[in-house]
Design a protein. Structure first.
Length: 227
């Protein structure tokens, strides 16, 4: 069997999508959608001996990883920023990678489902712990309200206080901040003040006493039950 010819590694080469109209310094074709730089001069992919490659956009991690096992090079939008938008690979290599991805697509789908279930279970346990900490600090807070605050503050990917390092550690300051935010929006005219054009800091000043009253009631309710 005649061995399939292989290309030299292309990892160190860069291909750019120019932001301005650029023309090939060798064949003068253009404007070029993609170009390679040789000795500082733009070359079309044909003149750079890269015309046999096809572009694979980024986004499919498995397909990109498998395609990169063959001849690949980085594709960047702009030289000064090196934003990788995808890879250029041999067409046959891309076809083989696609076949491999199809072969194990069901296994990867099942793994994604398992991972999603695992994360959901972790999130549910954390929300329960967060709600329990709310009730420890504010025993007069209604249990349903504590659960709602915990779910809102700890939503994955939300960037809210419950997902912060302090929130994940159930720090008292983070838990209190989540409760205060809930009271501010649901138990005071804070949102109406903002919508009427009152600056945020002024709106918070105006409703500070109302927030303190609710928090004091939720705290003192627990103290009274133990007296």
């Amino acid at each position: 069997m005649v061995p399939r010819p292989t290309l030299p590694p292309l990892t160190g080469l860069l291909v750019f999508q120019p932001l301005k109209r650029r023309y090939c310094a060798e064949c003068r074709r253009g404007p070029l959608p993609l170009l390679a730089l040789e000795d500082g001069a733009p070359r079309c992919l044909d003149c750079a001996d890269l015309g046999h490659l096809v572009f694979l956009p980024s986004g499919d991690t498995a397909l990109t990883r498998r395609s990169r096992e063959e001849s690949t090079l980085r594709f960047n939008r702009r030289k000064s920023r090196y934003e990788r938008q995808g890879v250029l690979v041999e067409e046959a290599a891309l076809a083989r990678a696609e076949q491999r991805c199809l072969a194990d697509a069901e296994a990867r789908r099942r793994r994604r489902v398992r991972d999603a279930r695992r994360r959901a279970a972790q999130d549910a346990l954390f929300a329960q712990a967060f709600a329990a900490e709310i009730l420890r600090l504010f025993p007069g807070c209604p249990a349903a309200r504590a659960r709602a605050i915990a779910l809102h503050a700890s939503e994955r990917g939300s960037g809210r206080v419950g997902r912060s390092a302090a929130g994940r550690a159930l720090g008292e300051g983070a838990v209190t901040s989540a409760v205060v935010a809930s009271v501010r929006h649901l138990d005071t005219p804070y949102d109406r003040l903002l919508m009427s054009g009152v600056p945020r800091h002024e709106a918070r000043r105006r409703i500070a006493a109302a927030v303190a009253t609710v928090l004091r009631g939720w705290t003192e309710a627990g103290l009274g039950s133990t007296g």
